[in-house]
Write a protein that binds this ligand. Structure first.
Ligand code: SF4
Length: 374
């Protein structure tokens, strides 16, 4: 089994906190990009990936900012050149205000069966602060259209720690999201991370960014799991929650070491125990999308085991010693004896039925625990 990630780097406008590979583009650039992307997909499907795909994720950027026919072309190309499992999860990221009924119907006809909406906040002032292009009403309209087009597997991305955000406004965003009709099957809730090379980073440097302090940020973080569990969502990863059976297969694959093939600008891949990166230069990519795919790291046994631990510990169920031994023919409790013993003593890790996972307190200090497995 393998996964395919397809990057669409275009956005209507850059959000103030964004450091992803994304930018506005005119129709010509979009067309040229899709042509190059299909060239890469053909090569990748024929020469790189022989496994069957359990998931396809069209992310960005804002894939829904492209005309629907481009997405149809991309999906056709994927189906012609990869072996896509009959029950594959196929997701597209959409931003509110960039979809209409026709687009959503076209996605459904192309076999896309999951939508991920970037809402971030149900408060228009906060959306404006983030530099988002949409209002909460735009989201409600897009969400309704998606449901009417037949999508029942919908994720909503939310963000805490927004400048000026209060605990009660975060609570209101969570409760409004959980009360949507139909309810979203999945919610991702991340804390804002201010990256240096962004307008927010500049504002932070000058002391002009009023982000919640660490205590408030922690309160928001704890409130998230409490409120989402009230509405029947189970937390299955540090920042991800789902109704029963609706965990994101693509992300779970990533956290459990399933090989993935990335296509498109700046996309990364992991297969054959090596990591690969695509160029982030759009002109070079359009000129030759296959040449810009280069190996950045061949992973040795230590790296593979370490990555397996770090990603696996993000999952609430943690790492299974059985899986570890199947993959590496080594005993997890031998290889990481000292780290496990130390963190169990500190109350940050729990071992149970051959699994190792973060305790409640360990989830708060996840980065500290993961560091010790590097
Ligand atoms: S919509 Fe997403 S990818 Fe696009 S600029 Fe905003 S945060 Fe970045």
């Amino acid at each position: 089994m393998a996964e395919l990630y397809i990057h669409i780097p275009f956005c209507v406008r850059k959000c103030l906190y964004c450091d992803f590979c994304s930018f506005p583009a005119d129709r010509d650039m979009q067309e040229n990009y899709v042509r190059a992307l299909c060239e890469e997909l053909v090569f990748s499907g024929e020469e790189r990936c022989s496994a069957s795909l359990s998931s396809v994720f069209i992310g960005g950027g804002t894939p829904s900012s492209l005309p629907a026919e481009h997405i149809i072309t991309v999906m056709k190309c994927v189906r012609e050149h990869f072996d896509v499992s009959d029950d594959a999860e196929i997701t597209i990221e959409c931003n509110p205000g960039t979809v209409d009924a026709d687009k959503l119907h076209a996605y459904a006809e192309a076999g896309i069966n999951r939508i991920s909406f970037g809402l971030q906040s149900a408060d228009d002032v906060e959306l404006k602060t983030l530099g988002r292009i949409h209002t909460y009403d735009d989201f409600l309209n897009s969400y309704r259209l998606a449901a009417e087009a037949g999508f029942s597997n919908i994720n909503v991305d939310l963000m805490s720690g927004i400048p000026g955000q209060s605990l009660s406004s975060w609570e209101s965003t969570l409760r409004k999201t959980c009360s949507l009709d139909p309810v979203p099957a999945h919610i991702s809730a991340y804390s804002l991370i201010v990256e240096e090379e962004t307008p927010f980073g500049e504002m932070m440097k000058d002391g002009r960014l009023d982000v919640p302090d660490e205590d408030l940020d922690r309160e928001m973080y704890h409130m998230t799991s409490r409120i989402l569990s009230e509405y029947g969502y189970s937390r299955y990863e540090i920042s991800n929650y789902a109704l029963d059976g609706h965990e994101c297969r693509h992300n779970v694959g990533y956290w459990t070491g399933v090989p993935y093939y990335g296509a498109g600008l700046d996309a990364s891949s992991y297969y054959g125990d090596a990591r690969y990166a695509n160029t982030d230069d759009i002109i070079s990519y359009i000129k030759d999308p296959v040449v810009g795919h280069f190996q950045i790291e061949k992973l040795g046994m230590q790296d593979l085991m370490s990555e397996f631990m770090i990603l696996g510990l993000r999952m609430i169920k943690g790492v299974s010693a059985g899986e570890f031994s199947k993959r590496f023919s080594r005993d997890l409790f031998d290889v990481y004896a000292s780290q496990i013993e130390k963190h169990v003593k500190e109350g940050l890790l729990v071992t149970e039925d051959g699994n190792v996972f973060l305790s409640e307190r360990g989830l708060d200090l996840a980065n500290h625990v993961m560091q010790s497995f590097i």
